[in-house]
Design a protein around this ligand. Structure first.
Ligand SMILES: [Mg+2]
Length: 311
């Protein structure tokens, strides 16, 4: 029996003009077992109405978040029936600890310095800064100074630059010892001489083949890719090509974040990867359920219980 429950979660502060997250929790009951899935809607991919119609009719091909939700509820049930955490349904060798990065969201220099210092003090070994404005170097320098030389500093331009500007900016930023830059330009063409490793993010859902051709790292968001299994398939293809993989949430609720954590753990069974992007629960005021997978010391510990491990 399937239940579909709408939700709305407020963000502590807007992130790229997103002020709240809305979507649906999908519950599947089978005997005593409860499988949970989440469809967290990112405006521009599918609307709330489209997701709900897709869930109710089962026509999921153009509704990636809805497909993610239904599939996840089924996977959660399947893992519970097998008596394993979801990560080990995907790969029996999956570790249950996943290092995660902290996304910095402060918008003034003093706040950013404080936030970065706090992230390092909380044990995060990787922090991520959004770039693409006029003061990228100053902001990144503040973060580097705040976290010290041992913490990896990752940038994300969300496609803000063209190739010429990207190469210019990345060359300026490189002396700050940058781990990688996500999506410097929309298509990643012409960046071969970048001094900073390039990651594909937004373009992965659009054109995974091009993403794998032009990036050294690919960012996988199961919520945007139509589910954990589609993302897992892409992860395996990428790793076969020698690319590294970063699994991240799309600012999902606790159920979607748990799914991303399990996928990230399965990926780690194939070798070390850059820190996953799982520490986004702290950006929300509300949540769907208690967050059993919140990072501690920068590490998400997946409960060694069947299914998603949420209470
Ligand atoms: Mg990104």
């Amino acid at each position: 029996m399937m239940q579909i429950e709408p939700y709305r979660l407020r963000l502590r502060q807007p992130i790229r003009e997103i002020e709240e997250r809305r979507g649906f929790v999908v519950l599947l009951r089978e005997g005593d077992l409860l499988g949970r899935g989440e469809a967290c809607i990112l405006p521009g991919t599918e609307s709330l109405e489209e997701a709900e119609v897709a869930l109710r009719t089962g026509r999921l091909d153009r509704a990636p978040a809805a497909r993610h939700a239904l599939e996840l509820a089924q996977l959660d049930l399947q893992a519970q029936r097998k008596g394993v955490p979801l990560a080990r349904l995907l790969d029996p060798r999956a570790p249950l600890e996943v290092p995660s990065s902290a996304l910095l969201v402060a918008r003034t220099v003093p706040e950013l310095a404080r936030e970065a210092r706090q992230a390092a003090a909380d044990g995060f070994r990787t922090v991520k800064l959004k770039v693409g404005g006029d003061d990228d170097f100053a902001l990144a320098a503040v973060v580097r100074d705040a976290v010290g030389p041992e913490v990896a500093l990752r940038l994300d331009a969300n496609g803000a630059w063209d190739a010429t500007l990207a190469l210019e900016r990345l060359s300026e930023l490189a002396p700050l010892d940058i781990e990688l830059c996500e999506q410097p330009t929309p298509d990643l063409l012409g960046l071969e001489s970048s001094p900073i490793p390039i990651a594909a993010d937004e373009m992965v859902a659009r054109d995974p083949a091009a993403a794998m051709e032009h990036a050294q790292i690919i960012v996988l968001k199961p919520m945007l890719l139509g589910g954990v299994l589609a993302a897992w398939e892409l992860a395996q293809r990428a790793m076969q090509r020698g690319l590294r993989v970063i699994v991240t949430t799309a600012l999902d609720g606790a159920i979607g974040r748990a799914a991303a954590a399990h996928l990230a753990a399965a990926v780690l069974a194939h070798g070390p990867q850059p820190a996953a992007g799982l520490a986004t629960g702290r950006l929300l005021i509300d949540d769907l359920c208690p967050d059993a997978l919140a990072p501690r010391d920068g590490i998400v510990r997946i409960p060694d219980v069947p299914g998603l491990g949420l209470s």
